[in-house]
Structures are given as C-alpha cells and as structure tokens.
Design a protein around this ligand. Structure first.
Ligand code: B12
Ligand code: SF4
Length: 490
C-alpha cells in the first residue's frame, strides 16, 4: 500500500523528525511505501525568504498558531501554493491513507490539510499520531471531533504498521489497543501498545526527505521515556524507560553515514542520551575504535559520572553540544521539582562540559509555583556565578499542565490556562513571572550570556514579545471578567 506521512508547521525544522523516518522504515519493512511530506520544512524555508512574521510567534506563549481562525485567515492564504503543492503530491500519488504527526503547535494546520484532502478525495482515510496523542484524554478529544478517521494513542511502532496492514488487506480501518476509530467509540479504551526491545526497530529511513534542506543534519534515537521523575514533565508518565544497546546505536549511526556521507551531524531525538551511562560509554568507545567521523548532541541529565574525563571521552567520540534541564539556581526549587540535583553539581557539570569542548545549552524555568523572590534571586546568582559555563541559556515560563491534578498541594488557583495560573495567594501570578523573565533576560544580556527565550528570542528581540505576552494576558483577563459578569447577571 502507498501511504503518506505529513508534518505541518509549526515545529522545529532544523532536523528531520525522527518519527517520520522510523514509521516510514517500519512500513517499508512490511512492504508498504511512504511518501514523506515535511510541510513544516517547506513552509519554514518559504518564511525564511520572506519578511512575514508568521513563524516568529511562539505557540507556547502567543496564541496565533493554536487559533483555527488565525491559521485559516492568515497562514493558509500566505502559504497557499505550498499547501496546495503538498495536497497535489498526495493526490497524484493516489495515496489512500495519510498520517499526520501532531504536536501541540500544529493541530490547526494539520486539521485544515486533512479536511482539504478529504474534500478533494473522500476515499482518503486520515490517521493522527505523535506527541499530542500521548495522553488518553487528548486522543478522546481528537477522535470525537470527527475530522480524523483514526487516532493512534501513544507509541505507534507496532500499532500503526498493523493498522496499515489491515487497511491494505481489507480496505478498512480496524480498532485495536492504541487505535481509536472515530466511528467505533467502543474501541476508545485506555490501552496502548509499547515497544519492548528498541534494538528490534529498523534504522530510520530518510530517503523520503530532501536531506539537503535541513541545516543541521539527521536525527537518531537511543531510548524511550526517562530515568527521572521531574514533577512538571510528561516523559516518564507516558511510558517506561527503555534503551537501545550501544551496538545498535552505533550500527545505526554508521548506516546513516553511509546513506548520506555529507550529513555528519546528529541529534539524538530522545529525552536523554545518558540515562544508562555504561551504554553511552560503550557507544563512545565504539565510535573511537571505528574512527567514525561524526558530530552529535542531544538532551542529557546532570549526574556525577559526567565529569571532565567522561565529557572528554564524549567529545572525542563526536559529542559537540548537550542540552541540560538546569531549571533553577535554588536548591529548594530543584527539590520541589524532584530533580534531585544540587545547583553546585549543575554548575560543575556545565563547567566540565565547556572545558571538554562540549557546548552547553541550559534550559531554565521561571516561576515554578513555589518560587519566591528569594529563590529567583538565587537563580540570578547562579547565572552570574557560572556565566562562563553556558554556551546558550534558554528560559521558559512555567506551564501548569502536569500540576493541575495537584492544585491544592501547590496552592494553585485559576488553573485553566497553562500560563496564567496563580499560586502563593497571588504572590506568584503571570505579571510577576513575566517581570522575573524580563530581569532574567536583562541580566544575561549584561553578563554577555547568549540567552534565547523559548530557544529562539534573544535579549535584543525580547521587548515586542514581552509586550505581546502582556497583551495576550490582558485580553484573556478581560475576556474572563466579561464571562464572570455575564454569569453574575444571569
Ligand atoms: C528531539 C526533541 C526536540 C528537538 C526537535 C528536533 C526535531 N526536529 O525532531 C528540539 C531540541 C529542537 C526540540 C525543541 C522543542 N521541543 Co521537543 N522534544 C524532543 C524529544 C526529546 C524527542 C522527539 C522525538 O523525535 N522522539 C522520537 C520519536 C520516535 O518519538 P515520537 O516523535 O513521539 O514518535 C512516536 C509516536 O509519537 C508516534 N508518532 C509520531 N508521529 C506520528 C505520526 C503518525 C501518523 C502516527 C500514526 C504516529 C506518530 O510514533 C512514533 C513511534 O512510536 C521529545 C520528547 C520525547 N522523548 O519524545 C520532545 C517534545 C517533542 N518537545 C516538546 C516541546 C514542547 C518542545 C519545545 C516547544 C520546547 C521549548 N520550549 O523550546 C521546542 C519547540 C521547537 C520548535 N521550534 O517548534 C514536547 C512536545 C509536546 C507536544 N504535545 O507537542 C515534547 C513531547 C516534550 C514534552 N513531553 O513536553 N525538541
Ligand atoms: S530529566 Fe528531563 S525528561 Fe527526564 S523527567 Fe526530568 S525533565 Fe523529564
């Protein structure tokens, strides 16, 4: 059967999404062909050549990309040719099953493209999967909308190829654990499939991507889930920690280098690449003994084994950058986050990485519900103390999603908006957090630290985004006040 996999904006476009390469390989293994449509990369390329600001807004904090009306009235007309070309390629290939990879930031456009495909060819079946389908309730919301024929709940390594197989054989989709069909509510159960042995997965198949268009390189894979249990994080909640053997990770990298010899850099598209330090060490030693010329990086946790000697070994094996979830400079906040890492260890590992030649990206969080002014000033102190140990610092505003169920424990009120919640009886509200973020950005600028809010916005470009966030908050608050008044009058 010929299928298509589509990724719509907005998502990171520096690296090809590993899920598409993996699912394509899994289908190929069963004899099915996959057309890859990375509309995210295509539209990002277009936006880079324009002065338009469509790709400069941030779905986490500014609403546009999450708003169906904005997407249909602004994004679709501005990128009509690119969208039309994607639709045409799918129709021309006579594909009858199209899968969309859903992130929190690309729902609107994905649903638009899905509708457009169905309008042009009603026989086409639409399947959705991806990070935004990792939670049961989110899958229910999606499948109830009726625009999608099937939603794959959680990991799709086994369930999606099985679904394609039945569709190829019978011309119909069938419910199964982890597969919700819009016309079969009886099958919407909280059961999903989880791959046990990652070594059995095929290597990512990048042949459907235009590799020359990705500025950084390829993506790779080492594990699922995480070894830690940070309170704000989804990763450990949606699946257990499983990892590939060093032999398997090495073999895939060697294979990818043979497939595209000019593409030598990789991102490990995982929550962490050092969950099993022995495997990481063995991988590095294999790279070194094979003389593989490669560069790589990814998310890592701070742990005592990551000393200068170990980081030097990683550097020799090609590690050039690591992303660390440092979050705060306050030991109280790090304890409240269940990070179980002291600020001093964070600082030590960051400095050791820099000395070993590994660039460091430190992700930080402003405004955890228990964060007080004293905790925040410890974060500022941490930035000052370790100013030379950061290559880039990427702050974000704390989103409440995973703590909603424990509102009483964190003294939370007004939890319906991910960012506009209140804690500490009003002492920690959005304006307070935004004010702290501004001070954070200014301090980094003064210390000469390369700072990027949400991974993108520099200190120099921060002012208009600060204003946009304040405006968005005021609009939301006014809207809320109007609803409350209405309720009072009734
Ligand atoms: C690597 C990564 C990145 C890379 C992206 C590189 C790239 N282009 O691929 C970088 C570092 C750039 C990045 C940045 C960000 N990221 Co990130 N990232 C990840 C990470 C660690 C791995 C993603 C991955 O490829 N996994 C491997 C593949 C195999 O897994 P998968 O994508 O889940 O796919 C499986 C299933 O979901 C399913 N599936 C996927 N697609 C499809 C499609 C179909 C049709 C089907 C049937 C199934 C299916 O099948 C796959 C196999 O089982 C995940 C966390 C995680 N461990 O998954 C977060 C994650 C994807 N990131 C997330 C976020 C929020 C961000 C940022 C916004 C963070 C920030 N504030 O800066 C930015 C946004 C970037 C941007 N500019 O838009 C969230 C997304 C949440 C959501 N629901 O959308 C995640 C899930 C982390 C989290 N739990 O919060 N990220
Ligand atoms: S270490 Fe990172 S991925 Fe793991 S639970 Fe904590 S925040 Fe999540």
């Amino acid at each position: 059967l010929k299928t298509a996999l589509v990724l719509c904006p907005q998502w990171d476009a520096q690296w090809p999404a590993y899920a598409l390469a993996l699912l394509s390989a899994l289908l190929k293994r069963r004899g099915h062909e996959t057309l890859i449509i990375d509309l995210n990369r295509e539209m990002t390329t277009l936006s880079e050549s324009r002065t338009s600001k469509d790709f400069d807004s941030f779905p986490c904090v500014e609403a546009p990309w999450l708003d169906d009306t904005y997407v249909r009235e602004n994004v679709v007309p501005a990128y009509r040719n690119a969208i039309e070309s994607a639709v045409e390629r799918i129709l021309a290939a006579d594909v009858k099953l199209v899968g969309f990879s859903l992130f929190f930031s690309n729902w609107s456009l994905s649903l638009y493209v899905a509708q457009e495909l169905k309008r042009r060819d009603p026989a086409i079946r639409i399947v959705a999967g991806g990070p935004s389908c990792s939670k049961f309730d989110a899958c229910l919301d999606l499948v109830r909308r009726g625009e999608i024929d099937a939603v794959i709940y959680g990991e799709a390594d086994e369930s999606y190829p099985a679904l394609v197989e039945t569709f190829a054989a019978e011309g119909e989709l069938r419910s199964a654990p982890g597969v919700f069909l819009s016309d079969d509510p009886a099958g919407w159960t909280d059961k999903k499939s989880e791959i046990r042995c990652l070594d059995t997965l095929p290597y990512g198949d990048f042949s459907g991507f235009r590799m020359e268009e990705y500025p950084r390189g390829k993506s790779a894979h080492t594990c699922r889930g995480c070894v830690r249990r940070c309170v704000f994080c989804t990763e450990w909640r949606i699946g257990s920690y499983r990892r590939m053997s060093a032999e398997r990770i090495f073999a895939e990298m060697e294979h990818q280098l043979t497939q595209h010899p000019s593409v030598r850099e990789f991102i490990f598209a995982d929550s962490l690449l050092n969950g099993d330090i022995k495997i990481l060490e063995e991988f590095c030693r294999r790279v070194l003994s094979a003389g593989l010329e490669t560069r790589w990086g990814g998310w890592a946790i701070v742990r005592t084994e990551m000393d200068e000697a170990f980081l030097t070994l990683m550097h020799q094996a090609g590690c050039r950058w690591l992303l660390f979830g440092i979050e705060s400079g306050s030991s109280k906040i790090l304890r409240d986050l269940s990070k179980h890492v002291a600020p001093e260890l964070n600082g030590r590992v960051l400095s050791a990485a820099k000395r070993a030649g590994v660039e460091t990206v430190a992700s930080m969080m402003v405004g955890f519900p228990t964060e007080t002014e004293k905790d925040f000033s410890q974060t500022l102190g941490f930035l000052t103390r370790y100013r030379d140990s950061f290559s880039i610092v990427t702050p974000c505003l704390f989103g409440i999603e995973e703590l909603k169920a424990e509102a009483a424990r964190y003294n939370l009120t007004d939890t319906e908006h991910n960012l506009f919640w209140i804690s500490q009886h009003g002492e920690n509200d959005f304006p307070v957090r935004l004010g702290r973020l501004k001070r954070f950005m200014e301090l980094c600028r003064d210390l000469g630290i390369d700072v990027r809010f949400e991974g993108k916005i520099s200190a120099q470009d921060f002012a208009p985004h600060h204003e946009a966030m304040s405006r968005h908050y005021r609009q939301w608050k006014n809207g809320r006040a109007a609803i409350d008044k209405e309720a009072l009058l009734q």
